[in-house]
Design a protein around this ligand. Structure first.
Ligand code: BTN
Length: 330
């Protein structure tokens, strides 16, 4: 059975309890504000408890939220956003296969520009190059944003770079950490990956219907699985403290809005310049370049305005990379 998006009533109930955290809210008040009969309130409270919220019942007076949950539900995120289009519509799942798959389906059904799909957990999270994305419950951010840019499908790579720069700004603003960007889309802290971006689209020849920017961020993972440890980390592991996922995600959505508008207004060079300034991989980096044709050693020589990474191979050949993987050689 396909996963169900979080009901609007559950979202509203969480919002009400969070707003009144630590005080007792009366049963009739909760029932009337979320629009359910008072007689069914017990069932709704049970659902919330099953979802992991710690709620204490006080006989004759009402209910009290014992701990503010760090849940990425629409009402808590939207309270942190401005009037931009990204995040006006948010679809939340407690558990879903992949937010990118869900977003592609919504896009096909006509979801509007800026629609966001977010999950507490993914059971089939997807990474680039056919890899899996480790999506531990409640500790990461797994989010997909539907964009409907007035571009041709050829312009999709610049959107990935735009998302990389926006994510870097958001992480910096929310945590004070200073992530690097590895071309094309990996966010690194102390040389290890904390975030990645998977861009997918709904297009036909020459016509772009929708782009889905799927962003995964390892936020509060206390330990990475053994096979990922050498390559991946979390914001918590690098900073020694946990972070509010609500704050990190809302910062990310605000930065995506800002950078998308910048791209529309000033065009590709504005993003390419910012990416080049933000990434230690843009120029002079020694790399092993892995493409479908094979592997070779190279040095980066800059980013072209379309978002392709220019490299000079050790045998003197030059190339602009639009796909593939680069591994730093120290
Ligand atoms: C990568 O670095 O390989 C890209 C990782 C992208 C992961 C995110 S998590 C949200 C969205 N849904 C997915 O299934 N993948 C992306």
């Amino acid at each position: 059975m396909a996963a169900a998006a979080t009901e609007r009533k559950i979202d509203r109930m969480i919002q009400l309890l969070v707003k009144n955290a630590t005080v007792v809210v009366s049963g009739p008040k909760i029932a009337s504000q979320i629009g359910v009969p008072h007689s069914t309130l017990g069932e709704w409270i049970k659902k919330l408890r099953e979802l992991g919220l710690e709620i204490k019942g006080h006989v004759g007076t009402g209910y009290q939220l014992m701990k503010i949950p760090d849940l990425l539900v629409p009402s808590l995120i939207q309270a942190e956003l401005g009037k931009g289009q990204i995040g006006q519509q948010i679809v939340h799942y407690f558990s879903v296969g992949s937010t990118n798959t869900a977003a592609l389906t919504l896009a096909q059904r006509g979801a509007r520009h800026g629609t966001v799909v977010v999950a507490e957990e993914q059971t089939a999270g997807r990474g680039r190059l056919g890899r899996n994305w480790y999506s531990e419950k409640s500790n990461g951010i797994y989010v997909s944003v539907i964009l409907r840019p007035p571009f041709s499908p050829m312009a999709a790579p610049i959107l990935t770079l735009m998302a990389g720069v926006a994510t870097q700004h958001a992480l910096r603003a929310a945590t004070g950490l200073d992530p690097d960007i590895r071309w094309p889309n990996d966010l690194l802290v102390n040389g290890k990956k904390v975030g990645g971006i998977l861009t997918e689209m709904n297009a036909e020849l020459g016509r772009l219907h929708a782009v889905v920017l799927g962003i995964g961020i390892n936020v509060n993972h206390g330990e990475m699985p053994a096979e990922l440890k050498p390559l991946a980390t979390s914001l918590r592991l690098e900073s020694g403290r946990t972070w509010s996922r609500v704050q990190v995600l809302s910062s990310l959505l605000r930065e995506l809005e800002n950078h998308y508008l910048l791209l529309l207004k000033e065009g590709n060079p504005a993003i390419a310049e910012r990416w080049a300034a933000a990434s230690s991989f843009a120029c002079g980096k020694r790399l092993r370049v892995v493409t479908r044709e094979g592997e070779a050693l190279a040095t980066t020589t800059g980013l072209d305005p379309t978002g392709a990474l220019r490299v000079r191979y050790d045998d003197g050949r030059e190339e602009s990379l639009v796909a593939g993987e680069v591994i730093e050689v120290k």
